[in-house]
Design a protein. Structure first.
Ligand code: PEP
Ligand code: MN
Length: 296
C-alpha cells in the first residue's frame, strides 16, 4: 500500500507485522460469514435496529416485533450499559440479567437474532446464552482482557471504534479477537470526537472516510452506527444513506416506540415509521449503486 500520505498511518510493514490476521491477503480478500443465518460481507447489507437500552420486557417485545416486520436483520439493545454518569433513576438504569432474559424472549417469539453489549467477563456465559453477537462497546475497545475472553467464547463479536482511536488502534483490537481463532469479527464506526472543529454540530463526528480506509486494509466487515455518531434523530437518515453510499457492510440504528421518552439519549432514536421509511430508502439506494440489497 502506498504510504506517502500522512493520513494513512498503516504501512505495508505494519500490515505484516502488527495485523497479520486482520490485514487483507490481497486486494480481493474480504471475509464472508454467516451469523444466525444472516450473511456478512456479501450482497446483503444487514441492518441492526432497536432501543439504546433494554428498558423493559414490554418495550423490547414491541421493538422486536416491529423492527422484524419492517425488515431489520438483528435486534440491538443494551442490558449492560456503559452509562456516562453514575447517577441512576428508576428509568435511567441498566436492566442487566433481566434485560438479557427479555432479549431472549423477544428473540424466540419474533425469530430475530440479537446483538447486545458485554462489559465484564463474569457475565459472558450468561450473555452468550442469548446473544448472537457480542458487542464490545467503544469504551472497551482497548480492554484487551475483555476482548480476549469474549473472543474465546467463539461467539461473533462486533468491536465499536473508540471515539478517540485511529484506524490503527481499532485494527489492533480486532487482531486480539482474531488471534483467539474467532473469525467472526465485525468492526463498527460510531463517530469520533473532534472537539474544536466540531462542537458546533454535535458531540461526535461520523467518520465515513474510515469505511473505505478500513476496507483497503482489512478483510473484516465494517458497519456504521449513525445514531450514536450524530446524536440528533433528524441527521440519522441523511447519515445512514451516506453510510450505505460509502460502502458500509451493515448499519446499526436506534429505534424506539416513543423516541422522546427513550431512557437513554432521547434525542437520537427514530420511530417505527421513520425506520420503515429509512430502510426502504437505504434499500433503494444500495440497489441503485451496487448489486447489494437490504430487503429481499
Ligand atoms: C451502544 O451501542 O449502545 C453504545 C453504548 O455505543 P457506543 O459504545 O458506541 O457509545
Ligand atoms: Mn448508547
Amino acid at each position: 500500500m502506498d504510504n506517502k500520505f500522512p493520513g494513512k498511518d498503516i504501512s505495508d510493514e505494519d500490515l505484516k507485522s502488527k495485523f497479520p490476521l486482520t490485514a487483507k491477503k490481497n486486494s480481493e480478500h474480504k471475509s464472508k460469514f454467516e451469523i444466525s443465518g444472516i450473511e456478512f460481507g456479501g450482497d446483503l447489507v444487514p441492518i441492526f435496529a432497536g432501543p439504546n437500552m433494554v428498558e423493559s420486557k414490554e418495550l423490547i417485545m414491541d421493538v422486536a416485533k416491529n423492527v422484524k416486520e419492517i425488515g431489520a436483520h438483528f435486534l440491538r439493545g443494551g442490558a449492560f450499559k456503559p452509562l456516562t454518569f453514575p447517577y441512576r433513576s428508576k428509568k435511567y438504569n441498566e436492566t442487566r440479567e433481566e434485560g438479557i432474559s427479555w432479549l431472549g424472549l423477544a428473540k424466540e417469539k419474533f425469530n430475530i437474532p440479537v446483538i447486545t453489549e458485554v462489559m465484564e467477563e463474569k457475565y459472558l456465559d450468561m450473555i452468550c446464552e442469548v446473544a448472537d453477537i457480542l458487542q464490545i462497546g467503544s469504551r472497551n475497545m482497548q480492554n484487551y482482557p475483555l476482548i480476549t475472553a469474549a473472543a474465546k467464547t467463539k461467539k461473533p463479536l462486533m468491536i465499536k471504534r473508540h471515539y478517540g482511536s485511529s484506524l490503527r488502534d481499532w485494527l489492533g483490537a480486532a487482531e486480539y479477537a482474531l488471534i483467539e481463532g474467532n473469525e467472526k469479527v465485525i468492526l463498527c464506526e460510531r463517530g469520533v470526537s473532534v472537539p474544536h472543529t466540531h462542537r458546533a454540530t454535535s458531540r461526535f463526528l461520523l467518520d465515513l472516510q474510515v469505511v473505505p480506509a478500513a476496507q483497503e486494509v482489512t478483510h473484516l466487515p465494517i458497519i456504521v452506527d449513525p445514531s450514536h455518531a450524530t446524536f440528533w434523530r433528524s441527521w440519522v437518515k441523511p447519515m445512514s444513506l451516506s453510510s450505505v453510499a460509502s460502502g458500509a457492510d451493515g448499519i446499526m440504528i436506534e429505534v424506539h416506540p416513543d423516541p422522546e421518552n427513550s431512557a437513554v439519549d432521547p434525542l437520537q432514536p427514530i420511530s417505527f415509521e421513520e425506520f420503515k421509511e429509512l430502510i426502504n430508502s437505504m434499500d433503494k439506494l444500495v440497489k441503485s449503486i451496487s448489486n447489494r440489497y437490504i430487503l429481499k
